[in-house]
Design a protein around this ligand. Structure first.
Ligand code: GUN
Length: 266
C-alpha cells in the first residue's frame, strides 16, 4: 500500500519524465473569478504542480464583479488560442454569473475539468479517486458503493464512474432519513463522502471492517483542515484530510491536460 502522497509523487515523477524532452510544453490556463479561500488554496496547488511537472500555466484572475459577458469573452479568446491546450474556470463563480452557462461555453476539446456534457474527459475529483482506487488494487466490480452527496462536481459524476466500474451504486443526500443513512453505511464496501459537514461519519456508524472511505470533505477551523469523516475509523482504508483527495484532484487535472495535449498535433 502507498499513501496518497507517495502515489501522487510517483505519478508526478513519471509525468515529469514524459514532458522533459518535449519542445512545446502542454499549456494550461486557470480562470479564477472569486476570492474563495478553498479556491485560492487549490489554485496555488495547481500552479505549484505545473512548476514541478514542467507544464506552462497561466492564472487569469478576474475581479469578483466581472460581468458575465466579460467572462464569456475571456473564455472565447481561450477557446480560440492555439497556444492553450486546455483551461479551467475555477468554481464557485459569483452569484451574478450562471455557472451552467459558463461550463457550456468552454470548448469541449479544451475542457480539462470535464464539465461540458460533450467533453470526453471526466471531472477531476471523481476520476482522481477512481485512478487511486485502481492503483491500490481495490476491486470495484460487484461492490456496494455509497456516494454521500449529490453535487454536480463530485457526487453525480462519482456515481456515474462507479457505475461504469460495475459497482452497485447508491446515492444518499440531505433528505435521506438517519435510519436509512445508517443502514446504507453499514452495507457499503466503498464510501465516497462529499457533503461538506466536518466529521459527519463517526463512531456512531457501523462499518464493514474491510470498507474503504474516501473523504472529499474539507472544513477549516482554528485547528486546521478536517474531512467529512473522523480520522482512523475502523475500516480497511480511509483517505486522510489534508493530504488526500485534494492531491488526487490536482493530479487528475494534469492527467486530463496530457490527454488533450496528446490528442493535438504540436
Ligand atoms: N472547485 C472545486 N473543485 C473544482 C474543480 O475540480 N474544478 C474547478 N474548475 N473548480 C473547482
Amino acid at each position: 500500500m502507498m499513501t496518497i502522497k507517495e502515489y501522487v509523487a510517483q505519478r508526478k515523477g513519471e509525468i515529469k519524465e514524459l514532458l522533459l524532452p518535449l519542445k512545446v510544453k502542454p499549456k494550461l490556463a486557470i480562470v479564477q473569478v472569486n476570492e474563495d479561500t478553498g479556491s485560492n488554496a487549490y489554485v496555488r496547488g495547481k500552479l505549484k504542480d505545473a512548476g514541478e511537472l514542467g507544464v506552462d500555466a497561466e492564472l487569469i484572475k478576474l475581479p469578483i464583479d466581472t460581468a458575465q459577458e466579460a467572462l464569456l469573452q475571456v473564455i472565447d479568446s481561450l477557446n480560440n488560442d492555439d497556444s492553450i491546450d486546455g483551461f479551467i474556470v475555477q468554481m464557485p463563480l459569483p452569484k451574478h454569473i450562471d455557472e451552467e452557462l459558463i461550463k457550456l461555453s468552454v470548448a469541449p476539446e479544451k475542457d480539462v475539468d470535464g464539465f461540458h456534457p460533450l467533453s470526453k474527459l471526466n471531472p477531476c475529483t471523481p476520476q482522481g479517486i477512481i485512478n487511486y482506487l485502481h492503483s491500490e488494487g481495490i476491486v470495484l466490480q460487484g461492490k456496494n458503493a455509497l456516494v454521500m452527496g449529490r453535487s454536480n462536481i463530485v457526487g453525480k459524476p462519482m456515481a456515474k464512474l462507479l457505475l461504469k466500474e460495475n459497482c452497485n451504486v447508491t446515492i444518499v443526500h440531505s433528505k435521506t432519513t438517519p435510519e436509512d443513512m445508517h443502514r446504507y453505511v453499514a452495507n457499503a464496501d466503498i464510501i465516497v463522502i462529499a457533503i461538506g459537514k466536518m466529521h459527519y461519519l463517526d463512531e456512531t456508524y457501523e462499518y464493514k471492517k474491510d470498507a474503504v472511505i474516501v473523504d472529499v470533505g474539507i472544513s477549516r477551523d482554528e485547528t486546521g483542515l478536517h474531512g467529512d469523516a473522523v480520522p482512523n475509523l475502523p475500516v480497511r482504508l480511509q483517505t486522510p484530510v489534508p493530504g488526500g483527495v485534494g492531491l488526487l484532484t490536482r493530479l487528475a487535472l494534469y492527467e486530463n491536460l496530457l490527454k488533450i495535449y496528446n490528442s493535438r498535433s504540436h
